[in-house]
Each structure stands twice: as structure tokens, then as C-alpha cells.
Design a binder for this molecule. Structure first.
Ligand code: FES
Length: 506
């Protein structure tokens, strides 16, 4: 099992929030207990709205609890590409809106004390390869009036790192799990009904009702703060889904100063440190890989190798991964979904802590009837085919492969002995596509390999021990239960007895 550094260093205890077991009516129902949902709930409750928040597992279970803890006004994929697709003004607006979101985090963190580990720090961008991309980013920032500077002799981590860097000062870092648990407690104090282990299994958009297995919430407004909206939405056909891996280890002395360090080029990685409870840690995060379409062990091995100078391979370490959704025109979708009036917030890329906070503010303001200066820029209903076409075609090719090509040429089921302990495979058995996993004790778990979202074939993730769908990022555990993504139903369980032949390798 993977585990993020935030879970082992958390000082704020998790709240004990009950499962939803009745039918309630509120002003606003929010699905998802990550940074978007909890922040939105707190903002609305502070203005007197009755709010219920439903989380399928526990607060910060998903991407927020597996994030980097970095907050920055620029973008990890660069603001220069935003300038090329949009305009200089949009570059300025993105940076300004994200700066304001960081200031909102800072205000909340100030309320929660030192546990949030909030600190201001510089962000460094550098490369061991071609400098021209960073120069272009520097030029775009200067052109848009954003403070950035070049430093020729910076102390920079990373393989064969150079000492020249672009620096954006006054960015920030925090402990996302401590922060979110504190914010959850604050929201509950303000009157938010927080329900954990309350997975939404049906969204009745017409009647504004959310159903779980044991209760329901009727609300004037529904916010899907689930990183990607639950159910079937037009944005799913446009966004690419990726995963990135993180590794952290405790160190005796910090070779990496306070700061966000992004190394570009062939060895794209990011580094940061963490000091908490008298201990020191170094955290390294790798480049994003497409969900369901990469070798997870290889991605993690590469990160281990590249970070071993700072995180010794022999010592205690923690490894994890997180998912991101990339919008095709480089801006997230925030606001009312045009088809059903539900609020959605998605397409944050790998910049979700800041965008999630910004989304919470935009959506809360809209519900409260307040004008928000960024609502139009990020509106979910925008249509930008010229800016988006390249990625939409790529996403459609992935979906086509998942729906058609992945079904062809699957091996026939050859009995449980055909898998070694720890191995998984997708096979054909009695006309069904079946996802098989054999655990270390030899027990085989069989579930349908057909994703319940829109029918693509799931792929195995050996690092996370999960079935990941390449089409829109739904992920399921070995029992078929949903971990994350747009799917609303688990993978169907398959009766091993009905699978057919019992021959195969022992
Ligand atoms: Fe959409 Fe699997 S088909 S996530």
C-alpha cells in the first residue's frame, strides 16, 4: 500500500463525522471532502447557508491528501502556453486570481495555528537541459507584469542541476492534511453537516437530490467538488487524466532549503522540504503520466533513482501517487455545468490546491449572489474548440482504444494458477472481460474489467494495486470499489466458479 508523507506526519486528528443515515434538506449539498468542497462549505456556512457535505471515504482521502502541499500563482505547465492560447491579460488574470486564492488559504491557516505549517517561500524553475522554455516563461511573466527574477547562482536540487534559475518570490507551502482537517472542523463548527463514508450513488439533478446507500440530501444547489464531476458530463470528453508519483524520506540535515523547486527538461521533477515536530523530510514528485497507460513501477523507480541523492534508498520512506485532470484550453472549468445547472470544478491539472481554493470562492460567491471577478474567465460553460481541438482529439483516441481496441486480443482465462501471487491480468472468460488479481496469499479476486462509467476496459496499476480506467480516470480497488473518478457504481464482482477452465500454470 502506498502512503503519503502527509498521512504519517499529520498532527491534527481526523474528525469523527457520521455516515449519512437519514433524508435531509439543506440550502447547498456538496459532494467531496477535498480542498474545494471543504473550503466552499466553510465559506457558505459563514454566510448563514445550511450546508451538507458528503464524502465517500474520509476528509482529504483523495488528491488533496496526496498532493505536494505547494501553493503558487504560476502554473506547473507554464503561463507562457496560456499566453499563446489566450492573451497577456489572461496570463495576468490567472496569476492574480491564484494569488488571491493563496491569500485565502493564508487567512484560514492563520486561524489554525502552526499545525498548518503555512510558510511563504520562493519558487525556483530551472533545467539541466534547454533554457529556452524557462526563458519563454520568464518573458511571458514579465510581459504580463508578474514579478519574476533571474538568479545566476542559486542552490538547486536535482540531477545535474544548473545554478541558474527563474525565481518567483512570495509563493507558499503548507501541510495539506493538517490544514484540511482543521478547515473541516471549522466548517462543522459553523454548522456544516459533514458526513464521511457517505458515497453518492445517484445524482437526481432534476429534483436536486443526492442519494447514498443509506440516506439522501435535497438541496437548492448541488456542488460536485469531486475533482472531476461524478456521472457523465461533456468535460469528460475533453480532459486528459494523469497520475504523478511522490516519494519522501526523513533526513538528518536538509540539503534543500525552504522553497518550491521545479526542474524541467528530460528529468522533470519537483523537490521541497518539510520540517514538522522536530523532524526533517525531503519530498520529491515526478512527472505526470497518463492514467491507466503507463508503467507505474517504472515511473516510481525512475523517481526513486533521481531523488536518491536527497532521499537515501535504505532509509524509511513513503511513496504515493495522485491524479490530475488537464483541461484542453489550459484553464479549469468552474461554475454551473450548462446541461443540468449542477456546479462543477475540474481541470485543475497539477495545480489543484490553489485552483481548488479559487473554485470554492467562485462557486460560493455565485451561490451567495456576489459578483466574482474570475467567474467569467473560468466558467464551465465556455466553448473554445480552436484552443482545445488537439487535446480533445487525443482524449477521443484514448477513449476509442478503451472502448474498442482494448477488447480485442485479450487472453482466454486459464485458471487461477495462471497468475503468480501479486500479479494481475485482464482476460476473457465465458464471453466476459474479467479483471483478475491474485494476492500474496494466493487468493484470486475477480471483477468485471468494464468500467461502469462509460464502458472502457480498466488497466492494472501495480504500485497502487488498483484498476485504473484510461478513458476518464475512474479508479477501483481490487474488490471493484470506487477510489476516485467519475464512475458512480463499483465494478461488478465476478463469480470465480463461473469462469470456466481450471487449468494453467501452478
Ligand atoms: Fe469513463 Fe472509465 S469509461 S472513466
Amino acid at each position: 500500500m502506498t502512503q503519503s508523507i502527509w498521512r504519517v506526519t499529520a498532527q491534527v486528528q481526523p474528525g469523527a463525522y457520521p455516515k449519512l443515515v437519514d433524508d435531509v434538506e439543506v440550502d447547498v449539498a456538496i459532494v467531496g471532502g477535498g480542498i474545494t468542497g471543504i473550503t466552499c462549505a466553510a465559506l457558505l456556512a459563514a454566510e448563514g447557508r445550511r450546508v451538507a457535505l458528503l464524502e465517500a471515504r474520509t476528509i482529504a482521502f483523495g488528491t488533496t491528501g496526496n498532493s505536494t502541499g505547494n501553493l503558487y500563482e504560476v502554473l506547473s505547465s507554464g503561463l507562457a502556453p496560456v499566453g499563446q492560447k489566450w492573451s497577456r491579460q489572461v496570463v495576468r488574470d490567472v496569476a492574480t486570481s491564484r494569488r488571491q486564492a493563496i491569500e485565502l488559504v493564508e487567512r484560514f491557516a492563520g486561524r489554525f495555528g502552526e499545525a498548518s505549517c503555512f510558510r511563504r517561500c520562493p519558487l525556483y524553475q530551472y533545467t539541466s537541459g534547454d533554457w529556452s522554455k524557462i526563458q519563454a516563461e520568464y518573458d511571458a511573466l514579465k510581459d504580463a507584469g508578474i514579478a519574476a527574477r533571474l538568479e545566476e547562482k542559486a542552490a538547486l536540487p536535482g540531477p545535474a542541476a544548473q545554478s541558474r534559475a527563474m525565481v518567483v518570490d512570495h509563493q507558499a507551502q503548507f501541510h495539506p492534511l493538517n490544514y484540511l482537517r482543521s478547515l473541516g472542523a471549522h466548517a462543522a463548527e459553523l454548522g456544516v453537516r459533514v458526513h464521511e463514508h457517505s458515497e453518492v450513488v445517484e445524482i437526481d439533478a432534476e429534483h436536486h437530490v443526492l442519494h447514498t446507500e443509506s440516506g439522501s440530501v435535497k438541496a437548492k444547489e448541488i456542488v460536485l467538488a469531486t475533482h472531476t464531476p461524478k456521472g457523465i458530463f461533456g468535460v469528460h470528453a475533453q480532459m486528459l487524466t494523469h497520475r504523478e508519483y511522490g516519494v519522501a524520506g526523513e533526513v538528518q540535515s536538509l540539503q534543500i532549503p525552504a522553497g518550491i523547486f521545479w526542474q524541467d527538461g528530460q528529468t522533470k521533477r519537483s523537490f521541497r522540504n518539510l520540517e514538522i515536530a522536530g523532524k526533517r523530510y525531503v519530498i520529491a514528485v515526478g512527472a505526470p503520466d497518463k492514467t491507466g497507460l503507463h508503467d507505474s513501477e517504472k515511473a516510481l523507480a525512475s523517481l526513486r533513482s533521481i531523488s536518491q541523492e536527497y532521499i537515501p534508498l535504505g532509509g524509511e520512506r513513503w511513496e504515493w501517487s495522485a491524479q490530475g485532470y488537464e483541461s484542453p484550453d489550459l484553464l479549469p472549468y468552474i461554475g454551473r455545468n450548462p446541461m443540468d445547472e449542477l456546479y462543477i470544478a475540474t481541470g485543475f491539472g497539477t495545480d489543484g490546491l490553489t485552483y481548488g481554493t479559487l473554485a470554492a470562492q467562485i462557486i460560493a460567491d455565485d451561490i451567495l449572489g456576489k459578483e466574482n471577478p474570475w467567474a467569467t474567465l473560468y466558467r464551465a460553460a465556455r466553448f473554445s474548440p480552436v484552443k482545445s481541438i488537439k487535446q480533445i482529439l487525443e482524449e477521443q483516441a484514448i477513449a476509442l482504444k478503451g472502448l474498442v481496441a482494448d477488447r480485442v486480443g485479450l487472453p482466454e482465462y486459464a485458471g487461477p494458477g495462471s497468475l503468480e501471487p501479486g500479479q494481475a491480468a485482464v482476460v476473457k472468460a465465458n464471453g466476459k472481460k474479467v479483471a483478475l488479481y491474485r494476492d500474496e496469499a494466493g487468493t484470486v479476486q475477480a471483477v468485471s474489467a468494464v468500467c461502469t462509467h462509460m464502458g472502457c476496459i480498466v488497466h492494472w496499476n501495480q504500485v497502487e494495486k488498483s484498476w485504473d480506467c484510461p478513458c476518464h480516470g475512474s479508479r477501483f480497488d481490487i474488490c471493484g470499489d470506487i477510489i476516485e473518478g467519475p464512475a458512480l457504481s463499483p465494478l461488478a464482482t465476478v463469480d470465480m466458479e463461473a469462469l470456466g477452465p481450471r487449468t494453467g500454470k501452478k
